[in-house]
Each structure stands twice: as structure tokens, then as C-alpha cells.
Design a protein around this ligand. Sequence first.
Ligand SMILES: Nc1ncnc2c1ncn2[C@@H]1O[C@H](COP(=O)(O)OP(=O)(O)O)[C@@H](O)[C@H]1O
Ligand SMILES: C[C@@](O)(CCOP(=O)(O)OP(=O)(O)O)CC(=O)O
Length: 435
Amino acid sequence: MSQSTQSFTPSAVSAPGKVLLAGGYLVLDKKYSGLVFALSARIHCVSSALPSLPPNTIKVVSPQFTEAEWTYQVTGGDNDAEEVKVTQVDGNPNPFVQTTVSQALSYLRLSSIPPTRITIHADNAYYSQPPSSPRFNYLGVPISRAHKTGLGSSAALVTSLTACLLRTFTGSFAPLHNLAQSAHCAAQGKIGSGFDVSAAVHGSHVYHRFSPSCLESGGLREQVDGKWDHEVEATKVPKGLRLVMGDVDCGSSTPGMVRKVLAWRGSDETAEELWRDLEGRNTGLIELMAKAEERSREDGEEWQSAVKTWGTGEEAETESMKLLNEISKQVGAIREKIREMGSRAEVPIEPEAQTKLLDAAAAAVPGVLGGVVPGAGGYDAVVFLCVDRDETVEQLEEFLRGYKFVGEDGKGGSVAVLEAREEMEGVRVEDIAQY
Ligand SMILES: Nc1ncnc2c1ncn2[C@@H]1O[C@H](COP(=O)(O)OP(=O)(O)O)[C@@H](O)[C@H]1O
Ligand SMILES: C[C@@](O)(CCOP(=O)(O)OP(=O)(O)O)CC(=O)O
């Protein structure tokens, strides 16, 4: 039913970026798990009334970039038969912003809205830039020219913007997950696994995807309000451990890699065995992390002492130490299968240059349990699981800063440490006075 606006709640919300530590490619199939951590790097959206504009106008601005203002006119929705239309009247195209505004307003079917401004602020870790830049640093280029670091800017943006629109016009976040997945898939022009939007909504978890059929028939309302079959089981990096994210300055294209890996999976009947084996290793890591977290609560003193000494040569033989050793070994076992997957599909999921970097970092820095090439793999990122000791983190950062990466065709590159670590929480309401 169409409804006129009952409320206008100026809102500030944020949604986190993601890192898929385990389950790349597998997570595209509902049977298999994705271990995804939300990150402290967030995209914020802040709404306010903008009385200088005509009614039924929404202006979205992203002030860290040039040419980043988009004005939309909202029409229709006066009766049930009439669709809501969102037309861009000003600015360059931004399909993620436009699709999100359009889907949120079409879903809500508001027959009139007060003129509204929404400001986007992205944490610095989303784009390469000088260290110690001010918060929400001004990059001075259009978004298309900013160098992305692969934390999932579009998923965090779509989720944050959807949440902001829902809260502004209805006072609540419902139905955030389904609506954000729908908008993200529509803007991308394809139905991916959705682990990134799921992390932006729910925070860190083990993810099983929704069936693509949730978005394949019926209208928007029917789809969003229908029964979704994704699964989300909260998880966390055990106390005393942390993730360190590295951005490798040598790009590779995810879409091409996904197509090739899936084509190989379809053509080789032994691939399924590899998928099952890798799933066993991934769930093995998930279980070990849960056990470690449990151990840290059962015997905090023993756990703390293991975390303090792991990798220093002064380890005592305790249950906690055993768990840290097992986690470290399990990361290695996952990488072994990932390399097999890559070489059999002929796709550089963990290319040799990344193997060298991951092994060299773990060998050089005491306290690094292991590193992987996250998500789809390739040349552009690494993530390390390490003990959360100041000296370990500092040494790892120093090691990465000094590392000379030799990528595809012998091209050299550097590795930047991102200002982001794991975080449990997904979307959240922020204090509107802070911006
Ligand atoms: N801070 C931002 N403000 C406005 N739009 C953004 C912002 N960050 C990302 N986007 C949108 O998301 C797109 C990037 O999406 P994509 O290429 O899928 O990258 P990612 O892998 O980071 O999600 C941009 O072209 C833009 O449309
Ligand atoms: C291959 C995948 O399973 C994981 C890709 O993970 P990334 O973290 O590499 O993704 P992008 O940020 O979109 O580049 C594809 C998917 O699950 O959609």
C-alpha cells in the first residue's frame, strides 16, 4: 500500500567493510561456508532535511571526491497501481547510489518525501592514500580515479545508504539485509554470493549464501519480503589475536578469475572432491577459532600467557599453545588446497609472488600465525592472522612496508598496511553530532 511520510528522522549510520578469510569461490555455492570478518573501516551515511530543494528530491553527496553530487527526483507511488520512479536530475552516473535510492523508495512506496540530503563519509582505509591523513580525507579526484583497496566499498555503501534511507523515513532498519542484497545485485548487474553485504549488515560470521531464486521472480516487494534462505552464524577472531590487512599495489581482475574457476569446476569431475576437501579445512579453522575463544574464557591466564609467548621460542606446553599451533597449521593446510585449486583451474588464486610474501612475513615476524590471499585471491591483497602484541604488529607493519613485491610480468610493487582490523559489529547507528 502506498503511504505518505509519517516521520522524518535525521540519521547517521555506518556499515563495515569485509575480508573473506576462507571460503573464496566455495561460498558461491550454498552448500559451502564463507568465513567473513567485518572490518573497522566503515562507510557512514548521514541524512538531514534540505528545505532549499523542492519536495520529493533527494540529494546525495560524497564530499571526499570531486564530481560526487547526485540529485534525484522521486515521482509516483500515489496509489497502489502506480510505481515509484527515481530519476537522476543532476550529476554523473553512480549506479550504486541511484539503484539504492531507487530500490529503497520503490520498496517503501512513500507518496511524498521532504527534500533530503544524504552525505557519505568513507573511512580512509577504503582508498590508497598517505598514512596519517585526516579522517574521511579529501581525495580530490572522482571516485573512478581513486585506488580502491578491496575492502568492499560498494557493499558497505549500499548497506549504509539503504539503512540510512530506511531509518530516516520509517524509524527502523527493516528489511535491511534483503533490500541491500537486492540493490547491490541490481547495481552490479549480477547475483554474487552476497557475503560482503551480509558482513556489512551482520558483522563477522560464517556465511551460507541465499539462493539466487530469491531475486529471480516477482516484483521488488515480493522478493524483499519473501522467504530468504541464507544462514549467518556469528564468529570472532579469538581474544588476543587480530587480523592485519595488506594492500598489494599490483591489480588483478576478480570477475575474470571467478568465471575461469567456475568453468573449470564445471568441466572437471574431480573438482567437487577438492571443494569438499577445502570445505573441511575451512570449517576446521572455524572450529579451531571457536575452541580458542572458548579456551580464552575457560582459562584466561593460560590463554594470555600462550598469546604472549607464541612464536618467541619460550612456549610452554599448554592446551592454549596447542590450539595456537593448530590454528597456524590449519591456515597452512587451507593455503595448500587453494594453491592446488589455482593450479588446476589455471588461475593465480595464490600466485607464487604471494606465496613468497606470506611465507617471508611469517618467517620474519614472531607471532604471525599465518597469512592468506583473501576472497578471490590474486595479486592485490593479503591478510595476516597474528597475536595482538604491539611488537608483532609493529614488526609486521615494518616488514610489509619494506617488502619489494615482484608481481605479474616482473612488475614491482609495494605493500601498504591498511588502517583496519576485524570487528564483530555490522551496521550501526552513529552519533550524528560527530561529523
Ligand atoms: N565513498 C563513496 N561514495 C559514493 N559512491 C561510492 C563510494 N565508494 C564506492 N562507491 C560506489 O561503489 C563503486 C565501487 O564498486 P566496486 O567497483 O564494486 O568496488 P568494491 O570492490 O570496492 O565494492 C563506485 O564506482 C561507486 O559507484
Ligand atoms: C570469489 C568470491 O567467492 C569471493 C570474492 O571475494 P573478494 O573479497 O575478492 O571480492 P571483491 O571485493 O568483490 O573483489 C566471489 C563471491 O563470493 O561473490
